[in-house]
Design a protein around this ligand. Structure first.
Ligand code: SF4
Ligand code: SF4
Length: 152
């Protein structure tokens, strides 16, 4: 059997990051959905329409069920941006942060130059820096840092 390495997500170098990059630091994300609701309210989306949804990485059963067996339980979260996300262009052009970034209570999100700095800091701490693969059909220019603790 050949040793086949599965590369499921691209890890962008600093000079590959777009100006309007959004950074998601999964170490800080608590899965509260404030980003999603802030987007919904700020962009006046219809009920049930989301530009960003928060995915739970746990057992895969139900929205917030951890993987593992007590006391060794693991769960983490990953906001995923859809192609409908406009990265709040009218706001960012006026020098303001996207609604989701501005309202995240845990500073798990960053935008633009601040995001570039935080991505490099996360890389230094040893986090895996990645983007979602094309088959996720999610917004381009959204970069993640893996959580550096005993969760997925
Ligand atoms: S990114 Fe921030 S606002 Fe969104 S779910 Fe995570 S902690 Fe909550
Ligand atoms: S960047 Fe703006 S449009 Fe995109 S998910 Fe965040 S709040 Fe919504």
């Amino acid at each position: 059997m050949t040793d086949k390495k599965i590369v499921w997500a691209h890890s962008p170098a600093a000079d590959e990051l777009p100006e309007d990059v959004i950074f998601v630091d999964r170490l800080r994300c608590t899965g509260c959905w404030t980003c999603s609701l802030a987007c919904m309210t700020g962009n006046k989306l219809a009920d049930g329409k989301f530009f960003v949804k928060v995915r739970t990485l746990g057992s895969g059963e139900g929205i917030d069920r951890p993987a593992g067996v007590w006391p060794d339980l693991r769960m983490s979260w990953m906001p995923t941006y859809s192609q409908f996300c406009i990265k709040c262009k009218p706001r960012t052009e006026a020098g303001e942060l996207p609604y989701c970034v501005a309202q995240c209570p845990n500073k798990a999100l960053a935008y633009g130059a601040d995001a570039v700095e935080k991505i490099e800091a996360a890389r230094q701490r040893g986090a895996r820096i990645y983007q979602l693969p094309a088959w996720e059909d999610s917004k381009e220019g959204v970069v993640y840092a893996s959580p550096d603790r005993k969760i997925i």
